[in-house]
Design a protein around this ligand. Structure first.
Ligand code: SF4
Ligand code: SF4
Length: 175
């Protein structure tokens, strides 16, 4: 579904333009070994009051369980496996658009971090990702309501990943 005018041209959602050829050779994304960890927030049962940017297409996002070489793997229902393209593109969720940047918690505080398991992280200097993190803070985090931020923090706590670089501490939601 498209929504003309939903994203004014001067305020397009940020997108980390990971080369499609790289993703096609990698195919790490959109498959999950232990959901809800690292899945799109909009696919989780307790998404609550999250901002619309996390599911701008407005379509249901589920996880489909399969067995691959004897191991369970959950695949996002929006993924076209053949083409390795998201069916919601270009209105896919914000947390998908910004990967390998990830919202997370550290010591109870919200952060934007970089997941270094993505091969794209070695193709750009850290300053590139830090600039994107600042843009996310200023364009989105600082404009979301306090209840939305609190609901998001409840999701961030589910995402634990050891291979990360904390880039930017975000202001805590007001109590
Ligand atoms: S981990 Fe990085 S390179 Fe691999 S599919 Fe995801 S975004 Fe693409
Ligand atoms: S919504 Fe699209 S980009 Fe996000 S995990 Fe699902 S298939 Fe991948």
């Amino acid at each position: 579904m498209t929504r003309p005018g939903f994203w004014p041209s001067e305020n397009k959602m940020p997108l980390l333009d990971v080369p499609h050829a790289l993703c096609q050779s990698c195919r790490q994304c959109c498959h999950f070994l232990s959901p809800p960890e690292m899945t799109p927030f909009a696919s989780r049962t307790k998404t609550g009051h999250i901002p619309v940017e996390f599911n701008p297409a407005g379509e249901a996002i589920g996880m489909v369980k399969e067995n691959r070489e004897g191991f369970p793997v959950w695949t996002c229902s929006r993924l076209n496996e053949t083409s390795a393209v998201c069916r919601s593109w270009p209105e896919h969720p914000l947390d998908c658009r910004i990967y390998p940047l990830v919202f997370t918690l550290d010591g109870g505080d919200p952060f934007i971090a970089l997941d270094t398991t993505c091969p794209y992280t070695v193709q750009n200097p850290l300053a590139f990702f830090q600039k994107k993190a600042l843009e996310l803070r200023d364009r989105y985090w600082n404009h979301w309501t306090e209840p939305q931020k609190k609901a998001l923090c409840q999701q961030f706590v589910l995402d634990t990943f050891p291979d990360r670089i904390l880039l930017l501490r975000l202001p805590n939601p007001e109590q």
